[in-house]
Design a protein around this ligand. Structure first.
Ligand SMILES: CC(=O)SCCNC(=O)CCNC(=O)[C@H](O)C(C)(C)COP(=O)(O)OP(=O)(O)OC[C@H]1O[C@@H](n2cnc3c(N)ncnc32)[C@H](O)[C@@H]1OP(=O)(O)O
Length: 462
């Protein structure tokens, strides 16, 4: 059903009418600088757009703002793969910026995500400063490397293991199904990885000639088990050959390296770093713990750059915290502030018996151990560092440097209900009833994952 909301200055926000997709996409292109993308890219985004999750802001007959969401599933610590709104295609025309259009889009979108029952939203940001105000926290990082390959060798696999891996060049399209199967099996193993919905495999092969910047068409090399023939890994890459006075000085652009096995991973990188007529190898999207860092003879020559990657937003705090696992037993009351999604605000009792067992997060009236903003929860959610958000809503007295226990007495808690160091820890904390009508819903997870009733056992109180 088409909903209509008023945005500032009598602009109107509506769900996208699919017949206006071209206008919507053009608005995005203009917001991103005005360059038209390739026809292939355009057709792919047209096919992938979920029209009922796409929003448009109108000024009369002009489409001036856009935002979309994809129905993704994202791996979280412990291996569950949870429904996640993948926020995307956000743009406002330069004539209409800084009037609250983005804020209206985010308001509508987060209400819709909440109504759908997705407890997580995630995005990659064009600029990191934008999305904190809407409750997104920086949850993961990526590495970009630019490798001077002549200065680097890859530690060869152990002699007895090396012959076990066979490398074979393959047509990227013909090998797609096998590669996708391998990718899908890797998803639960790395928090933050996104399961590819049907149709998204096309994105992995998108390769418009006008975006190649002098490189070849996409190429694919498979690492196979020499004995059984099974696929152990694959790499997709393109090569640009350039001739200079001193000879060939080409470059390899690595799109993706995925491997189920360390021997295959090493063999694929050894291959990519040893291609004739090239002297640099670039990759933009490596995990920060990629084994490549430890395989090369001289890690400095990778010239690694750290970039922000996923921003995560807990849309339903109780559900989201119940649905992942925790490395150690946990029994803590969190006082959560959430100015943009007030249904999350309040105290939450989070308990887990450790890595192998589930977790439960429920509303409580018990005194808080830690006060923090939903943005900080988002930044810690995938298992990364808890990043402080020194913005409005920050409880300086209660939270500053006081995790997991206050270190020194303070005059008093600045937020009602937050425990100070001078107060004793409550002896028998119990989860209180739902506060303000909130409920700590627990999403069952497949395979006895976090939140699955059969797997849950509670830690004994000390
Ligand atoms: C997930 C993705 O798709 S990321 C892609 C985002 N899109 C782009 O970067 C394309 C180019 N930029 C744009 O289209 C727009 O400038 C947008 C979407 C970033 C912002 O849209 P606007 O309608 O101008 O934002 P709006 O007026 O609602 O601003 C809300 C707040 O965010 C702040 N803000 C907006 N853009 C930025 C920015 N780039 N950097 C820092 N702060 C920003 C505003 O100052 C305002 O702050 P306030 O609440 O303290 O007053």
């Amino acid at each position: 059903m088409t909903q209509k909301r008023r945005t500032p200055e009598a602009l109107a926000l509506r769900e996208l009418d699919g017949s206006r997709w071209d206008d919507w996409y053009r608005t995005l292109e203009v917001a991103f600088g005005g360059q038209a993308g390739s026809p292939e890219r355009r057709e792919l985004w047209r096919a992938l757009t979920e029209v009922d999750r796409s929003l448009a802001v109108w000024d009369g007959t002009d489409l001036v703002g856009a935002a979309g969401a994809f129905s993704f599933a994202m791996a979280v610590p412990g291996g569950a793969v949870l429904p996640t709104a993948g926020v995307t295609m956000v743009g406002v025309l330069p004539t209409h910026r800084r009037r609250g259009v983005l804020t209206a889009l985010m308001r509508h979108q987060l209400d819709e995500i909440h109504e759908r029952g997705e407890s997580l939203a995630a995005l990659t940001a064009s600029e990191p400063a934008i999305y904190g105000r809407y409750g997104y926290g920086l949850a993961s990082w990526r590495l970009a490397v630019r490798i001077a390959r002549a200065r680097v060798t890859v530690a060869a696999p152990a002699p007895q293991a090396a012959p076990a891996v066979r490398l074979r060049l393959a047509d990227p399209a013909a090998s797609l199904a096998a590669c996708e199967e391998l990718y899908a099996a890797r998803v639960p193993l790395r928090p933050g990885m996104l399961a590819r919905r049907p149709g998204w495999e096309r994105a992995a092969l998108l390769d418009p000639p006008e975006e190649r910047e002098g490189h070849s068409a996409l190429q694919c090399v498979l690492a196979e088990d020499r004995a059984g023939g099974g696929l152990l890994g694959y790499a997709r890459y393109a090569v640009r050959v350039e001739w200079q006075h001193a000879g060939a000085a080409g470059a390899v652009r690595v799109r993706e390296v995925t491997a189920a096995d360390p021997r295959a991973h090493a063999a694929l990188w050894a291959f990519l770093l040893d291609l004739d007529l090239t002297d640099t190898v670039r990759a933009e999207n490596l995990p920060v713990d990629d084994p490549l860092l430890h395989l090369v003879s001289d890690p400095r020559r990778l010239r690694p750059h750290l970039h922000d990657a996923l921003f995560v937003r807990l849309v339903e705090v109780g559900d989201a915290l119940s649905s992942r696992r925790y490395a150690a037993p946990l029994d803590v009351v969190l006082e959560v502030t959430d100015a943009f999604c007030p249904w999350n605000a309040g105290r939450w009792h989070l308990r887990s018996a450790g890595r192998e067992l589930g977790a439960l997060c429920e509303p409580t009236e018990a005194p808080a151990d830690l006060a923090l903003d939903v943005r900080e929860l988002g930044s810690a959610y995938l298992g990364g560092r808890w990043r402080r958000w020194p913005g409005p809503g920050w409880c300086g007295s209660c939270a500053r440097g006081r995790w997991p226990r206050p270190r020194r007495p303070s005059a008093g808690a600045s937020r009602p209900g937050c425990r100070t160091a001078s107060e004793p820890r409550p002896a028998g904390r119990r989860a209180g009833g739902p506060a303000g009508g909130r409920t700590g819903r627990v999403r069952p997870a497949a395979g006895g994952g976090p939140g699955s009733a059969g797997a849950r056992r509670w830690p004994r109180r000390r």
